[in-house]
Design a protein around this ligand. Structure first.
Ligand SMILES: C[S@@+](CC[C@H](N)C(=O)[O-])C[C@H]1O[C@@H](n2cnc3c(N)ncnc32)[C@H](O)[C@@H]1O
Length: 222
């Protein structure tokens, strides 16, 4: 059985009590950047399909991909989040962990994920992505990043305000209390770039979004 520290955080954060309000909370707490970041992912994979949305959660990105007319599948390990995704879009979804994918070799033209990388064994996940991609297929990992410089003080103040909000929004308290340290302890960007290069992806590149508060790492299967 896989044991990774990130799994424990994910199990604590993504629960039956956060699932029903997830879509609203992610939009409000990112000041709408969530939709903008997901549009960035869509730009990178435009023209690619079928697409796998890894850690699809309630299916926000999955439905954006489906609206572009491409076949899409979603995988997540939290049942209550998947149930919401299924209610929105039907049976496109599988339950499982991102490090061991239940798909045949060469199934997808693109694999995308939003807010997953800090919770998983990135090396295992990236090599699984390579396996399920067709030649020429692309992987796009997006997640929060820990900003440096002047932005860091603003970011810390923002998380202090979120912690206060958690005293009222009790179901979100574990997330609002703990997310900043999960983000800043994670080295997901360096790990993803390193793992993609070692697994055999080409054109591996990362870039920051929104003043260093998020990042995207991309690679292509030869
Ligand atoms: C913040 S939510 C993001 C959901 C969706 N990607 C989005 O952008 O709205 C993180 C999701 O990652 C899922 N998750 C965390 N670790 C996972 C793993 N090892 N395998 C599959 N899903 C995982 C959680 O269940 C949760 O649904």
């Amino acid at each position: 059985m896989l044991v990774h520290a990130g799994h424990a955080s994910a199990r604590k954060f993504f629960t039956p009590s956060t699932a029903p309000s997830y879509d609203a909370v992610v939009g409000i707490t990112t000041f709408g950047r969530d939709a903008a970041w997901k549009r960035e992912i869509l730009k990178v994979v435009s023209g690619h399909g079928p697409v796998l949305d890894l850690a699809c959660g309630t299916g926000i990105l999955t439905s954006m991909i489906r609206e572009t007319g491409r076949p899409v599948a979603g995988l997540d390990f939290t049942r209550d989040y998947l149930e919401i995704a299924k209610d929105k879009m039907g049976p496109l979804f599988a339950q499982g962990t991102a490090e061991v994918l239940p798909y045949r070799d060469g199934t997808f033209d693109a694999v995308v994920s939003s807010y997953l990388a800090k919770y998983v064994d990135v090396s295992l996940m990236v090599c699984e992505c390579l396996r399920v991609l067709k030649p020429g297929g692309i992987v796009v990992l997006h997640d929060f990043a820990c900003p440096g410089g002047a932005m860091r003080s603003l970011w810390n103040a923002y998380f202090a305000a979120l912690r206060l909000a958690g005293t009222f929004a009790r179901s979100w308290k574990p997330v609002f209390d703990g997310l900043d340290s999960v983000i800043c302890q994670s080295r997901w960007e360096e790990q993803a770039i390193d793992a993609m290069q070692k697994c055999g992806f080409q054109g591996v590149a990362g870039r920051h979004l929104t003043l260093g508060t998020a990042a995207i790492v991309v690679g292509r299967k030869p």
